[in-house]
Design a protein around this ligand. Structure first.
Ligand code: SAM
Ligand code: SF4
Length: 328
């Protein structure tokens, strides 16, 4: 799959649910609305959809959400998708999770062939963690991380940096990730949904965070690239990587290799734009996958050149959907 700017699409982020057992302040409203069940793709439909993308050249599949581990039957989907790891059509099957249910799933994930997971964790202070997630338990997430490591999964921590909330904790997170043998990715908060204005209040440019970190840590530039918005450095003192995801900068769009599909079958060609393509209709129109594959190829040919996160110019949030819908 190649778009009109010559970028090859090899990475799919597939949201398996828009529901979640947490309500992170920058991601979801407390009384968040979810898709009606009839619009949510069944596990069989998600499998067919992923299969079509894999036939068209996707080599890396990340399950996300909402919280993927709250989707009933998720392990049966993962087991069926893992066939493609064994037949060599998929290089990686992975997941982004809030970690709250990881303790119960870690072993099964490892047995299915998952090698690493991203766990979102914004604070090591139980009270601050609860404040950010509205009711999450830090201890449960830490148990999940420990179980994942015990099962042999590599764990990368994702931290959204929020001004005045966890900005003073980043040094501690770097040390802790070093002790845990985890890489860390720092994420700039993005202006999504009605949380945009809350997000704007918490926005702290990662360039500033990096300058502060460099006073204490030796950050060695790393050529590691995932085709995404992260820039990586190696922390000499811990030996672990730290990544900086700065979605508001346009620097990464030229190498973008990814697309996203929501749990209701909307394909998003760019996280920062409203352009979508409906895959649910062709998916449900026939049992064969011809129309579905044609719709995917047609959509990819329209992948936009770059994104539109310029919140200061907008009265209203520029992107009206929430991250739990597109999956981050
Ligand atoms: N529930 C899972 C989790 O939290 O890891 C997967 C879905 S979550 C939407 C994926 C990632 O998006 C998380 O790392 C989360 O912190 C991040 N995220 C959510 N809303 C965001 C926002 N407004 N700006 C930046 N990152 C955001
Ligand atoms: Fe749930 Fe993840 Fe969004 Fe937090 S960031 S509310 S854990 S989907």
């Amino acid at each position: 799959m190649r778009d009109s700017f010559g970028r090859t699409i090899t990475y799919l982020r597939l949201s398996v649910t828009d529901r979640c057992n947490l309500r992170c302040v920058y991601c979801m409203a407390e009384d968040a609305m979810f898709h009606p069940r009839a619009e949510v793709l069944s596990l069989e439909e998600l499998e067919r959809l992923a299969g079509a993308f894999i036939r068209l050249g996707v080599r890396k599949l990340r399950l996300t959400g909402g919280e993927p581990l709250v989707r009933r039957g998720i392990m049966s989907l993962i087991e069926r998708l893992s066939v493609h790891l064994r037949d060599g059509r998929l290089d990686e099957l992975t997941m982004t999770t809030n970690g709250t249910r990881l303790a119960g799933y870690a072993r099964d994930l490892a047995v299915a062939g998952v090698r690493r997971v991203n766990v979102s964790l914004d604070s090591l202070d139980p009270g601050a963690f609860r404040g950010i997630t509205r009711f999450g338990s830090l201890a449960r997430v830490q148990e999940g991380i420990a179980a994942a490591k015990a099962a042999g999964l590599a764990v990368k921590i994702n931290t959204v940096v929020l001004k005045g909330v966890n900005e003073a904790e980043i040094d501690r997170l770097i040390s802790w990730c070093g002790e845990q043998d985890c890489d860390l990715t720092l994420i700039e908060v993005m202006p999504l949904g009605e949380m945009a204005h809350a997000g704007r209040g918490g926005y702290l440019p990662l360039g500033e965070v990096r300058r502060r970190l460099e006073r204490r840590w030796t950050l060695e530039p790393s050529p590691l690239s995932t085709g995404g918005p992260a820039r990586f450095a190696r922390v000499a003192e811990t030996g672990r990587m730290v990544g900086f995801i700065t979605p508001r900068s346009h620097g990464f769009c030229a190498g973008c290799n990814r697309v996203r599909v929501t749990c209701s079958g909307s394909m998003h060609l760019c996280l920062g734009r409203e352009d979508t393509a409906d895959l649910r209709t062709p998916l449900r129109a026939s049992e064969g996958d011809q129309a579905l594959e044609a719709a995917i190829l047609q959509a990819v040919s329209h992948k936009p050149k770059g994104h539109e996160f310029v919140i200061d110019r907008y009265e209203r949030p520029p992107i009206s959907r929430h991250m739990n819908v597109t999956g981050g």
